[in-house]
Ligand binder design. Structure first.
Ligand code: SF4
Ligand code: SF4
Length: 355
């Protein structure tokens, strides 16, 4: 068994509340209630623990973090520990006065999500009328306060054909970085697979468009699993790079890990972050390579992608300890791909929205 790595990043899901209802949302279909959310003091203590553990980045996420009235205090808590703070926001529900207090408290970076490049499509996908206009306004605040802006666009069959417009919009908003991320099918996204799954032709076109898009804005392209040859190193490897803390304080190796039955997750209200990271059973179960079955066990890529995504193996094969079916060496890969083709070709356009 190799040494436990030092984590780099903490994804702090400070709330599950969110005014939007994106059908690709990877949050669980059963959300943590406001009354169960961690208090301000507990989050601040957690940030101090994270710094002690060697973490460098805290991503304040949700849900929509602006749904919490203590957002500036949370940002200040991150800043006081010397950690880099990234606010991951839909922009909806964030007031300029609150944003200004976050900047004053030491906010380092903003990642703003967009659903499409035009109001009609964006508001339909986000399930919130007026959301698009709000996002444009928030992007303006970020750049006018001098903060670096990353625009995040989750792409799928219903917005992928407008990728050039999405890239143009991100440029126009002054983004330094655009993340074009294909949908990960967890939570609500899994429910909406048939309405979201892109066709292989769309995926190929998107790859070419991103490759050709030059300029000063950096574009990170997160390709889809279903038409890939190799899986992604999910979370940079289970229990290697970072962790997620849910609104009620449960510490997860990845955002969707609660979809794996039988794993016991621990809470920061019961044990320190350091103990959970180093000794927690949920982290130890799939950390490293000892757990791997064949073909991963003898594969030369096992310390590159770490066997892919455990939650995807669970969702498709009912076995979280199997090789990710996104891998072309998995015996289930062709079935995984043909099921995706079936979803893409079914032509379902309507979304299942939360609530
Ligand atoms: S994906 Fe959409 S619904 Fe889910 S948390 Fe983000 S903005 Fe809210
Ligand atoms: S067999 Fe396993 S380790 Fe090898 S590429 Fe596939 S998922 Fe990665």
């Amino acid at each position: 068994m190799s040494a436990v790595p030092v984590p780099l990043a903490l994804l702090a899901e400070v709330t599950h509340r969110c005014p939007l209802r994106c059908p690709y949302c990877s949050n669980p279909t059963s959300l943590v209630k406001r009354s169960a959310e961690l208090s301000t003091a507990t989050w601040l203590d957690l940030f101090r623990q994270a710094a002690g553990l060697g973490i460098l980045h805290v991503h304040l996420s949700g849900g929509e973090p602006a749904a919490r009235s203590d957002l500036p205090e949370l940002v200040a808590g991150v800043a006081e520990t010397g950690l880099y703070s990234n606010l991951i926001t839909s922009g909806v529900g964030l007031r300029e006065s609150v944003f200004a207090r976050c900047v004053e408290a030491g906010l380092d970076h903003v990642q703003l999500s967009i659903q499409a490049a035009d109001a009609g499509t964006a508001d339909r996908i986000g399930g919130y009328r007026g959301g698009f206009a709000t996002k444009l306004e928030v992007a303006g605040w970020v750049t006018s306060y001098g903060l670096p802006l990353t625009v995040n666009a989750v792409v799928h069959r219903q917005n992928l054909d407008r990728l050039p417009e999405i890239i143009a919009l991100a440029r126009q908003l002054g983004a330094r970085r655009l993340e074009v991320a294909h949908t990960q099918y967890h939570g609500w996204a899994l429910l909406n697979r048939d309405a979201l799954m892109p066709t292989p032709e769309q995926v190929e076109r998107a790859r070419a468009i991103v490759e050709e898009a030059g300029g000063r804005m950096v574009i990170d392209y997160v390709p889809p699993d279903h038409f890939a040859t190799w899986p992604k190193a999910c979370m940079g490897g289970w229990g290697r790079y970072g962790m997620t803390v849910t609104p009620e304080g449960v510490v997860l190796p990845c955002q969707a890990a609660e979809s794996i039955p039988g794993l016991e997750f621990e809470s920061v209200t019961d044990r320190s972050l350091s103990e959970i990271w180093r000794n927690g059973l949920a982290f130890a179960t799939y950390r490293g390579t000892d757990w791997m079955p064949e073909p991963c066990r003898s594969c030369e890529r096992r310390e590159i992608d770490w066997g892919g995504c455990r939650c995807q193996a669970m969702a498709y094969l009912g076995n979280p300890g199997a090789t990710d079916p996104a891998c072309s060496r998995s015996p289930h890969h062709s079935q995984f791909r043909s099921r995706a083709l079936g979803f893409a070709e079914a032509g379902v356009d309507s979304f299942t929205y939360r609530g």
